[in-house]
Structures are given as structure tokens and as C-alpha cells.
Design a binder for this molecule. Sequence first.
Ligand SMILES: Nc1ncnc2c1ncn2[C@@H]1O[C@H](COP(=O)(O)OP(=O)(O)OP(=O)(O)O)[C@@H](O)[C@H]1O
Ligand SMILES: [Mg+2]
Length: 604
Amino acid sequence: MRIRYLPETLINQIAAGEVVERPAAVVKELVENALDAEASAIDVDIVEGGKTRIVINDNGCGMSEEEIKAALDRHATSKLPDDDLLNIVHLGFRGEALASIAAVAKINIKTYDKENKEGWEIACEGGKKSGVRPSSHPEGTRIEVADLFYATPARLKFLKSERAEFGAIRDTLVRLAMAYPAVEFSLIHNGSRKLNLPAVLDSQSRLSALLGRDFGKNSMVIKAEREKIIITGYAGLPTYHRGTSQYQYLFVNGRAVKDRLLHGCVRAAYADVLHRNRHPVVALFLDLPPEEVDVNVHPAKAEVRFRDPQLVRGLIISALKHAIMEGGYRTAGTVGGRTLEALDKSASGSFLPLYRGQGKAVPRSYTNNYTPAQLSANHNFYESEQVSYEINPNARVEEQPCSVHEEDAQGFPLGAAKAQIHENYIIAQIKEGVVIVDQHAAHERLVYERFKGQLEKTGVEKQGLLTPDIIEMDESDAEQLFEYSETFAKLGLEIEPFGAGAIAVQSVPALLSGRLDTKTLLFDLLDDLKEYDKATLLEEKINHILATMACHGSVRSGRRLNANEMNALLRQMEETPLSGQCNHGRPTYVCLSLNEIEKLFSRR
Ligand SMILES: Nc1ncnc2c1ncn2[C@@H]1O[C@H](COP(=O)(O)OP(=O)(O)OP(=O)(O)O)[C@@H](O)[C@H]1O
Ligand SMILES: [Mg+2]
């Protein structure tokens, strides 16, 4: 085989692969061009998730005859007047987007040159340009892209469902709209309007139009500056979190980015106050001199490089942490280093192997004082305790006598409950040490396992609601939930349409009734569904849904438990497979042996 030069069309198709990955990328490039042309209104009209047609109309400066001729050529741009890649002030600069789109789709451009008061039109199909013709186009530029990827069937095959592609387009437009509140945006899909955003004065109004008033109420203002780097925006309270990081909107000099460094900063700032499987909602705008940031690292410009990443990182993390503190969500006081060390050791060393595999829970060091007979005798005890396990909000631990004989209870793997501290941790005494249980994590696992048990035997028991809960949401989100309504129904959760953009919840799993915030549950399920792809097995999906439901129906931290309730929880944990960790893989309890406690006090 000889080396040969590839034909121009093939070169363009290969290059296009990097820039135009899916319909949303076309929308991003065309809207960015309109923004660069200083449009104040941009309309996006798409058909079938952008697969068959994408039309973008703007009221920007338009192009002259010479410009429209060059616009479709590779490496032709009006945006790098000084050839200076360190001084990029527009969203575009590569002069590649239109050429790439033209290489894989049919494109038609109509424009009105404001300066010379003339209209022009050009088309391109199969990489072949038509001549420039005069046009009666009245204002700005209109670009129509049809039959995307018709020229590259391989890529066409990789497109997702219409809904998924539309979702990606909407997300793209939402991000651009956040960064440009003074520009009016509209989005139409298959003839129906999906977004209508009038121009507003500040990003706060735009954000609340896009993220809802809920976010406004549950967010903190971020504003900080260090050495010409400015960060502004809004960050959700730690209690306002979602199941994916999709709702983190990050911008660098007005450019929406999905940058690892920046996402890492957000994660690090919330690490103390949020479980790592939960993600805060943030919209952060970073502004810095153009020479401080290189945007020329990614063909779709989604990533950036900072000249001084540590400085940027430090600024973002401290700004967020400061806001979190101010928000009154102080992190727990740091545990003494030695205690932590001891706890660490206990996690690997004397972590009680409560339940491994199918057998009964018989921990190594307790085999002698703890028999299966004892366990089943107690089983009835806590089954009958279940009623009183319903949380009594007024219960105070210190006022309740412990109904289990102390000596007996200490023989159990998780021992006898002595106290509840910080309204979430149960301190229990075992024969040779202390166990600390995270009540929420533990209960979550119990509910999850009970769900699985019920599902295996009879199906999950449901409890009808006297008046259905009506939950408002985006129409496309509601549709997505309905796709799973049959599966949900098997799991006790019955939902029905309630007009456009609302859902009526008719029943919930009986295990959860009375303790459930159906609205947050539905939104979390939605987040889960968005993460599934077609390949996920139904069984896996069901487990995931059960886990999400269990999380919602579990005793929250912050609920006071009385001694009976605490002991009941410990006994149920001993009976439940895998109760040593919650559904997210966090431990549900840690154990500190007397030995270790003595070491802490230098007695050994
Ligand atoms: N909507 C528009 N209004 C006015 N001019 C436009 C518009 N879209 C494109 N152009 C002109 O066409 C040129 C080529 O656009 P194209 O998107 O291919 O490259 P670019 O924006 O310069 O760089 P990049 O490839 O990074 O997007 C632009 O530089 C601009 O001059
Ligand atoms: Mg461009």
C-alpha cells in the first residue's frame, strides 16, 4: 500500500467527526456563530431531534457576498484578526464549523448584509458548493441544515433516539442561554415550542427562568475575585442536590464548558456536606483575561486549560466553601486524628462481618455468646416492634427505658443501643467495644432489602393515596417517566398523566407511605432514567429504582429515635443481608474495640 493524499471530501468528513458529533453540536456551533454576529434574538427550529432538519435564525450582522462565499470553506474565519490564539474574544475562532457541517449534511445559508443592504444565499450538498445567489432575506442570517450525517452513514447509526437527541439540544441551548441573558432565545421541536426566553437584564432572572424558582430559593450567591480572575453565579444549598452532575453549569468567559478541573472543584467544595453520589446544582461564571486561558484544546471547545490552574482551583473552592459556611451548613467538627486512625483500622481489621453470603450473621469474635436460636427468638421481638418503629417525632432517647435486657443485648453483634447523638448516630455497646451506626444509611439498606424480598414473593405492596399527589414537570420529563409507568406500577408506584406537564401519583409502595416526598422521589427517578441507556438490564433498572425509593423512604438523619426504635433497628440490621453498607456503598456502622479505645488513651 502506498501513501496517498486523501480526497478533499474525505478530509472534510474526517475532520467533521470531531466537531459535529451529534445534532446538538450543530446547534451549538450555529448558535455560537449567531452570538458572535451580535444577534439579540436567536430562533432554533428542529425536526425529529435535529436528525432531519435544524434551522437557526438570527438578527445579527449578516455576511457580505465575499464572506458568504468563504464561510463554508475550511479555515476561513472573521474572528482572528491578529492571528493571535492567545487573544480569543469570540466563541468561534477555528473557521471550521460550517465547513464540517457542510461535509456531512445538506446546508443552505441566507443572509442580509446590513452594511451594503444586500441579501445573499448559498447552498452546499455532498461537499459541493453552489454559487452565491442574491436573496430577499430580510434580516440577519438563516442557516438550514438537513439530513445530518447522510454523507457518513456510520455516524448516522450512532445517533440516539429522537428524544435523547432533542434532550441534548435543549441542554446545549439552555447552557448558551444562561451565558447570554440579554439575548432572546426560542426553541421549537416538531412544531411545538419548547423554550421561550425573552431578553432579561441579569443572569439571575435567566437562571430562574431556566432552573425554576426552587433553585432561586435554594441557592447562594457566589462572588469572589483574585488576581483578575472573577467568579460569579449561584450555587445550590447542600440540601438541594440531584442524582447527576448534569445540573452543573460552568462557563469560562461566556463559553459553556464541561471541564474536569472545574467539576472537580465543585465536587471538592461540597465533599464535606454532600455524599459523593449526590451532586449540587450550580451555575458558575468564571471570567478572566483571555491570555490566562487556552480554549484551543478541544475540537468542540468543551475543555479549557488555565495558565495557573491552582489559582483557579483555589478561588472556586474557597468561594463555594465560604458560601456553604455562610449558608449555615457548617461541616462537622474534625475528629481527632488518632480517633480517625483507630476507626480506619477498625474498618479493615475489626469491622464486624455481620452478614456475608447466605448464612446467618455470626461474627467471628462473638460465636460463643451468640447463637442462631437467640437470633430467631429475637426476630419475633423486633417484628412485633415494627409498629413502634414508626418514628415518633417527640420521642426523646433519654426518657425511654430500654426494654431489652442490657446484658442480653450486648451479646448481639451490634450490641445494646445506649444513645443517639447528633440525631443520626446510634451509639451501641457491645461486649468488647463500641459500635456507631449511621441510622439513615442503615435504614435505607433495610428498606431496600425488604423491597427486594417483597418483589420476589408477592410484588411490592402498594398503598393508594386518598388524594393523588399532583406533580408539575417539564412535558418531556413527564413523557420519559411514563415510559416506565408499567415498571413503576409493579414496584407500587402508580402514576398517571394529569394534563400537559403534570403527573398524578395514585399510589406509593406501602413500605414508604407516610414518609415520602413524592416530588423529590419522581425527580430523582427521572435523573436515574436519564442515566440508563437501552443496554441496562431491566433487573438492574428495577434494583436502581428500588434503591432510590428506599433512600427516600428511610429514616432521615435528624429524626430522634427512642431506645426501642434504636434496638429494633440494630436487630433488623443483624437479620438483613449486606446491612454493613448502605445502597451507595457507604458503611452503615463502624466499630471501635475496647483495645482501640484504650490505645487512644495511651492505656496500652
Ligand atoms: N450567523 C452568522 N452571522 C454572521 N456571520 C456568520 C454567521 N455564521 C457564520 N458566519 C461567518 O462565517 C465564518 C465561518 O463560520 P464557522 O463557524 O465555520 O467558523 P468560526 O465561527 O469562525 O470558527 P469555529 O469553527 O471555531 O466556529 C465566521 O467566521 C463568520 O464570519
Ligand atoms: Mg463558528
